[in-house]
Design a protein around this ligand. Structure first.
Ligand SMILES: NC(=O)c1ccc[n+]([C@@H]2O[C@H](COP(=O)([O-])OP(=O)(O)OC[C@H]3O[C@@H](n4cnc5c(N)ncnc54)[C@H](O)[C@@H]3O)[C@@H](O)[C@H]2O)c1
Length: 250
């Protein structure tokens, strides 16, 4: 594509989402930035950083687990920016709890944001991508969706759902010029990642399990996501790429 491309990144106010948004801006994308209203100031700061890089960035506040909010958001993006070429479903939550005591509401909340949110955003952007016969979809799953860890059964289930969803989506949209892939981050130092990292002993264990012998930074995830959002990955679809410094060696 020669025209300026527009990427939507959900959960873009901090952590991995912020790094992905900045990484895409560096590579010439204009950005539609999403997060929940509570993150207003942080999201606007990310937009200002992107504007300072000479790219366009607009903020859209919506809960990705709400169909009406997602549809309104996509409508506003079309009004403001014209279309969406790439979508990164990054918004996610983690509520640690063992299965036996896991409240039903926590199961629902994690599935709603991580799995249903991904589906709702894709459903809302697909008509645009079909019309332009072009689209790049990158869903952020997790190595937790492959092997997981105690107190994360519901999180693991939600991320496994994202991977399964993406593999079938790839088959449905491939003939339309749209690719759909997943990234599985490993242990990345963010507000969410601190669950695994605040305790020095736990941190040391994760570090020792990583071939690169270090904890990941949000910026480590940005490059692989940009690859899936670019034309360099035009013939790559339905894939799941671990970005984990070598925790999962498969
Ligand atoms: N940090 C890690 O170690 C790690 C590992 C594997 C996967 N991931 C995944 O990477 C993604 C980003 O995680 P992070 O570590 O940057 O977490 P984070 O908590 O720092 O950031 C998540 C962002 O998503 C936003 N968000 C939450 N619920 C939302 C909703 N309903 N609608 C819109 N936005 C919402 C939050 O406000 C926040 O800005 C998540 O999908 C997470 O599951 C993280």
């Amino acid at each position: 594509m020669t025209q300026s491309r527009i990427a939507l990144v959900t959960g873009a106010s901090r952590g991995i989402g912020k790094a992905i948004a900045l990484g895409l801006a560096e590579r010439g994308f204009d950005l539609a930035l999403n997060d929940i209203p509570k993150q207003k100031t942080s999201l606007e700061n990310v937009a200002a950083e992107i504007a300072a890089m000479g790219r366009q960035a607009k903020c859209y506040f919506a809960d990705v687990s709400s169909k009406s909010e997602v549809e309104n958001m996509i409508g506003s993006i079309v009004n403001d920016l014209g279309t969406v070429h790439a979508v990164v479903n990054n918004a996610g939550i983690l509520i640690a709890s063992e299965v036996e005591t896991l409240p039903e509401q926590a199961w629902d909340a994690v599935m709603d944001v991580n799995a249903k949110g991904t589906f709702l955003v894709i459903q809302a952007v697909l008509p645009l991508m079909k019309k332009q016969k072009y689209g790049r979809i990158c869903n952020i799953a997790s190595i937790g969706g492959k092997h997981g860890a105690p107190e994360q059964a519901h999180y693991s289930a939600s991320k496994a759902a994202v991977m399964g969803f993406t593999r079938v989506l790839a088959q449905e949209v491939g003939p339309l010029g749209i690719t759909a892939n997943c990234i599985c981050p490993g242990i990345i130092y963010t507000d969410m990642g601190r669950v695994n990292l605040d305790d020095p002993a736990t941190r040391a264990i994760w570090q020792s399990r990583t071939a690169m012998a270090r904890i990941g930074d949000p910026e480590d995830v940005a490059g692989p996501v940009a690859f899936f959002c670019s034309d360099d990955s035009a013939f790559v679809t339905g894939q799941t790429l671990n970005v984990d410094g070598g925790i999962v060696l498969s």
